[in-house]
Design a protein around this ligand. Structure first.
Ligand code: A2P
Length: 340
């Protein structure tokens, strides 16, 4: 890490991801001159601990970004749409966790292990986008295979934790579970159906083509990050009653052949990945093990016997950490080291 220090703002500091961003900045010893914690007017009066000190939450307004060098945003798409350009105008570089800017051709969409060079394009709009949580863990695991064999097609089904929807959804799963096991009536506020003891094949809104927005994020963002529009991607995204950690069942068709053993050996070399693949001992990646960690876990690696060049695998990561906060902070670290 360079000796440079920055004035930092975190927009959405009271939310599930914003809170983790603050923890990541502390854990990773991000070199800060100052930190500003921003949220809606509702949160004014709250205090958040950072490095042992209490910081007052401030209301996010148009003047919040004066003299701020980098702002990490996780306060929803509308807030990002409105305030990221205002921050950028002040000379502040925004690293945005919402989907608002991800597919803008002038905004880089970055996973540091995959396309770190793209960060340099932040100069076009002063904004860098952090990808969707499910996409991040997918491309971290698949990039080594794409580089070695070329990926032709990806078929992915996800099993996504409620924390991806935010704090209210964490509370909803907790409250519904407690109500159900006590034979009480339960309330539904966040999801259209009960999430406790259930799976919902519905994440984000449905689109005209019958897919959900989350599914199309996985399709479009994967191609943008891997910088290959020829890759076929199809996704089914499912919300499951898990608090933290997204799991993915992934089928990959490659251009050149790769055996399961070769794929396992290739993935074992990656620092950002941990291969857990000993089915005889019941060892494979689990959301409960990935929760609280920054690595992406891969297992159940096996050849798809129905096609000539196919591999199946199971990919798991903490959606709030590597899927959101950690990736955002890693982008900010690279930005500081190489660009600012
Ligand atoms: P607040 O807590 O004041 O509502 P989550 O995704 O976990 O629900 O968190 C969303 C985050 O985005 C929270 O910090 C929330 O602040 C913040 N937020 C939501 N809407 C706005 C807004 N209009 N202006 C500023 N912050 C917002």
């Amino acid at each position: 890490m360079s000796e440079k220090k920055v004035n930092m703002a975190v927009a959405g500091a009271t939310g599930a991801v914003g809170n983790q961003m603050i923890k990541c900045l502390e854990e990773r010893k991000f070199p800060l001159k100052s930190i500003k914690l921003l949220a809606s007017r509702r949160s004014v009066g709250r205090e958040i601990r950072f490095k042992g000190e209490l910081f007052a939450v401030e209301e996010l307004t148009e003047s919040s970004f004066q003299n701020v060098d980098i702002a990490l945003f996780s306060a929803g798409g509308d807030t990002s749409k409105n305030f990221a350009p205002i921050a950028a105008k002040e000379g502040c570089v925004v690293v945005d966790n919402s989907s608002a800017w991800r597919m803008d051709p002038e905004v880089p969409l970055v996973v540091p292990e995959v396309n770190p060079h793209a960060i340099a394009d932040y100069t076009k709009k002063g904004i860098i986008a952090n990808p969707n949580c499910s996409t991040i863990q997918l491309v971290v695991a698949l990039n080594p295979i794409h580089k070695k064999c070329g990926i032709k097609r990806i078929v992915v089904s996800t099993y996504q934790a409620v924390s991806g929807t935010g704090k209210k959804a964490i509370d909803e799963l907790f409250d519904q579970t407690r109500s159900m096991i006590n034979f009480l009536d339960y309330e539904k506020k966040v999801y259209p159906h009960r999430i406790a003891f259930n799976c919902l094949p519905h994440i984000d809104v449905f689109m005209e083509n019958g897919y959900t927005k989350e599914e199309m994020k996985m399709v479009n963002e994967t191609r943008k990050i891997l910088e290959d529009e020829t890759i076929g991607v199809t996704a089914t995204t499912v919300r499951v009653p898990v608090f933290f950690g997204h799991s993915e069942s992934v089928n990959v068709e490659t251009i050149e052949h790769i055996t399961a053993d070769e794929a396992r050996a290739l993935l074992e070399q990656e620092i950002a990945l941990k291969v857990i693949d000993e089915p005889a001992k019941n060892l494979y990646p689990l959301a409960i093990d990935a929760a609280g960690q920054d690595l992406t876990y891969v297992g159940r690696i096996r050849e798809d016997e129905s096609i000539s060049n196919g591999i199946n695998m199971w990919i798991v990561a903490d959606n709030i950490r590597k899927g959101a906060a950690t990736n955002t902070v890693q982008i900010a670290e690279m930005l500081l080291k190489n660009c600012l």
